[in-house]
Structure formats: structure tokens, C-alpha cells
Design a protein around this ligand. Structure first.
Ligand code: COS
Length: 384
């Protein structure tokens, strides 16, 4: 996107976050839902098509542009991002990156217009960090496959139009090479949902089980048309998704520092603003260092992604650093707020719970550590 148009888009989103989303945060928390009119406004603004290539009706943002937008959405309740996050991210990127031209033409325009939401179904009751162990089966049946199995904690499942589903299409091939990525319409007979999960935080987001009971999917719906490549597609999608998450964490770091500074200016103890005390200043400074560093690692990973480099390690460094950082920043924000920080009336308590998930989903911190260390050790010749 040209620089001026992008600057305008960013400014529009910044104002939308400040004037529309932040004021509705309490409503989202209390109703445990993002209001439908806000979802519609986001569709009208083209948010659901941010990363869909322009030829398919989207805005075609590159990674460096996407993170700028995600930073803005990180400054408010994370539930808003969740509504469109799977559509611009992990739910659709398999098609964008590895799909056939026909698959792109069939599905992407409907995402860009907001008509359809995409969701990503990898995790299972028995396959979380060990993503290559998915047990959902895809059994060949003529020109179709029959899918059977259960996917767990699937974000946006109840509102999805289609799922990108990782299933084992090659029963005799263990591990990663036996997995294919399927595009599965949500209204397929045999596809059903479990009850909505109750979570620690992130009120307003929707996750549940997705159950496949002899769901018939045409072989033509294998992403890229070639079986056995689904795991690599999922990993590439997650590389991008992890940078997306890093931007979100950076934005939330920024918000929490703002909340902390404002409180430190307003709250008086011992006859002066608590911000005048050096121990409080130390907490604020550490949080600002975490915020600034988070944004720099995110920008660097995005820049490399846009250069076409393989960014698995950079994406893991960014995801690991920023999501751990936002955990520290949220903890300090609660501390700076003192007793008020523990009370639901103040938002830092809520954000403290909300950000906890960032260190877990799209790869736990420990998985990111593993990816980072293994790449160094493999370069040094160790078989790990
Ligand atoms: N991009 C492209 N290809 C990749 C890749 C990536 N980022 N990561 C792995 N691959 C390829 C490997 O090159 C390998 O291919 P070859 O067999 O041709 O060499 C294949 O995929 C298998 O890779 P690997 O052996 O590293 O797979 P592992 O089973 O050891 O798993 C981890 C690797 C642990 C990194 C992976 O399972 C993972 O990311 N787990 C976390 C999953 C996750 O984030 N879940 C969150 C829920 S989804 S929202």
C-alpha cells in the first residue's frame, strides 16, 4: 500500500480504537461478547480483509503494515482482535500462502468482504504443542475424504464460515508428513460444536470444540491440492501468526504503561504523587523498556518476513520476548495500582488475566525456546 494511503488507514484505526473500542471495553467484559454493531463497523472498514491480497478484494497489507494495525488493536480489549484475527491470520493464510488459484478465488473474496469468517483447527485433545501428532483422520473415499476427530479450543468456531483443518490423510505416514490441510465449510453435514469454553480472561472471545463425524470433504479442498503438506503449511502460517501476536502484545504493553503512568500521576500517598517515588519510577522504567524492546523485535521480524526470508526463529524470538514482556508489564501495572490494581473496577486486573493467554496460544513460550535453541544447535551440527 502506498505510504499516504496506509498512514490514513492507520490514523482511522487509531481513532476507531480510541473513540469506539476503548469506551466499549466494559460492555464487552460484562456481556462477554463483542457487540454486533462493532463487528459490522470493523467489516465496513475493511478490517476483515487486511491481509487478503488486493486482487481478491482485500487491502493486501504486508507484515510490516499488519503489525502497525495490530499494535493499535493491542491497545484495547483483546477480544476485538480475536473477532477478525483468525480471518486475517491463521484461518486464511494457509490459502493465501499455499492455496491453488481456484481456492484463492473461491474463498478469499468472501473473507475480505466480511461475509465469511475463517478459523484454524489444529489443536486436539491429544495434540497441542506436539502439533505433528494430530489424530483427526481424513480417509480417502473416491474423490472425497471423510474426516473424523475432535479439534479443541478453536477460536471463532461458532461464527466461522469455514475451517482450515489439519488432518491425517496418510494413515501409514507417521508425524508431520502424513498431515494435509483441508478447507472445510462450517455447514458440512457431520460437523458440530461443543459448548463454549469458560476462560480465565479475554471475555468476548469464543472458543469451543469442533467435532467431525464422517464429514465429507472434496479432495479438491486440500490446500495446494497435494496431500501431506499440511503440517508445513500450518508451520508457515504460525510463523506469520507469531509476529501478528507480537504486535498485539506490544500494543498492550503500551496501553498498560499508559495506565500505569496516569495512575502514578493521579494517586497521592505520603503527600505527593506516587510517581515521585523512585521505586515506582523503577517499575515504570522497566515496563517502558519492555514495551520499546517488544516493538523493536516485532518490527525486525516483520521486516525480515517481508524480505521473503525464512523467519521461524525470528518469529519465535519475537513471540517469546513480547508475550513474556507483556506479562511482566501487566504484573507491574497491577503493582503500581496497589489495592486498586486487584479490583475489577480498574482495567489492569482484567488485562493481567487477558494477557496470560499470549504466552500459551500459537505456541507456548517453551515451544518458542525450543525452536530458537534447536536452530542454533542444528547449525552447529547437533541432531535435535
Ligand atoms: N516453516 C516451514 N517448514 C517448517 C517449519 C516452518 N516454520 N517448521 C517446521 N517445518 C518443516 C520442517 O522443515 C520439517 O520438514 P522436513 O521433514 O521436510 O525436514 C517438518 O516441517 C517437520 O518439522 P519438525 O521436525 O521440526 O517438526 P516437530 O514435530 O519437531 O515440531 C514444533 C516442531 C514443536 C516447532 C511444532 O510442532 C510447533 O510449532 N508446535 C507448536 C504448535 C502450536 O503453536 N500450537 C498452537 C495452537 S495453533 S493456534
Amino acid at each position: 500500500m502506498d505510504v499516504e494511503t496506509f498512514a490514513l488507514l492507520k490514523e482511522t484505526i487509531r481513532r476507531f480504537v480510541d473513540e469506539r473500542l476503548i469506551p466499549a471495553e466494559d460492555r464487552v467484559e460484562h456481556e462477554d461478547a463483542v457487540p454486533e454493531e462493532i463487528i459490522q463497523e470493523m467489516k465496513d472498514m475493511g478490517i476483515f480483509g487486511l491481509t487478503v491480497p488486493e486482487e481478491f478484494g482485500g487491502l493486501g497489507l504486508n507484515m510490516s503494515e499488519e503489525i502497525e494495525v495490530l499494535f493499535e488493536f493491542g491497545r484495547t480489549s483483546l477480544a476485538y482482535r480475536s473477532v477478525f484475527g483468525t480471518t486475517i491470520g491463521i484461518g486464511s493464510q494457509g490459502i493465501v500462502m499455499d492455496g491453488t488459484e481456484q481456492q484463492k478465488a473461491d474463498w478469499l473474496p468472501r473473507l475480505a468482504s466480511g461475509e465469511m469468517i475463517a478459523s484454524f483447527a489444529l489443536t486436539e485433545p491429544g495434540a497441542g504443542s506436539d502439533a505433528a501428532s494430530v489424530a483427526t483422520s481424513a480417509t480417502k473415499d473416491g474423490d472425497n475424504y471423510r474426516l473424523n476427530g475432535t479439534k479443541r479450543y478453536i477460536t471463532n468456531a461458532p461464527r466461522a464460515g469455514f475451517f482450515t483443518v489439519m488432518a491425517r490423510s496418510e494413515p501409514d505416514v507417521p508425524g508431520a508428513a502424513g498431515i494435509s490441510a483441508f478447507i472445510v465449510p462450517a455447514d458440512s453435514p457431520g460437523l458440530s460444536f461443543g459448548k463454549l469454553d469458560k476462560k480465565m480472561g479475554q471475555k468476548g472471545t469464543m472458543t469451543c470444540d469442533v467435532i467431525f463425524d464422517d464429514v465429507i470433504v472434496p479432495a479438491a479442498n486440500i490446500i495446494g491440492g497435494v496431500p501431506g503438506r499440511g503440517f508445513k503449511t500450518a508451520m508457515k502460517v504460525l510463523d506469520r501468526g507469531r509476529i501478528h501476536m507480537s504486535a498485539l502484545a506490544s500494543g498492550m504493553c503500551h496501553r498498560l504503561v499508559q495506565e500505569s503512568v496516569q495512575y502514578a500521576v493521579e494517586r497521592k500517598q505520603f503527600g505527593q504523587a506516587i510517581g515521585a517515588f523512585q521505586l515506582v519510577q523503577g517499575l515504570i522504567a522497566d515496563s517502558q523498556v519492555d514495551t520499546h524492546t517488544s516493538w523493536l523485535v516485532t518490527k525486525d521480524a516483520a521486516r525480515r518476513f517481508d524480505l521473503g526470508e525464512r523467519v521461524s526463529t525470528d518469529a519465535s524470538i519475537a513471540k517469546y520476548y513480547t508475550t513474556e514482556a507483556v506479562g511482566r508489564v501487566a504484573d507491574r501495572a497491577v503493582q503500581i495500582h496497589g489495592g486498586a490494581g486487584y479490583m475489577a473496577e480498574y482495567k489492569v486486573e482484567r488485562f493481567y488475566r487477558d494477557v496470560r493467554l499470549l504466552r500459551i496460544y500459537e505456541g507456548t513460550s517453551q515451544i518458542q525456546q525450543t525452536i530458537i535453541a534447536k536452530s542454533l544447535l542444528r547449525d552447529a551440527g547437533l541432531k535435535v
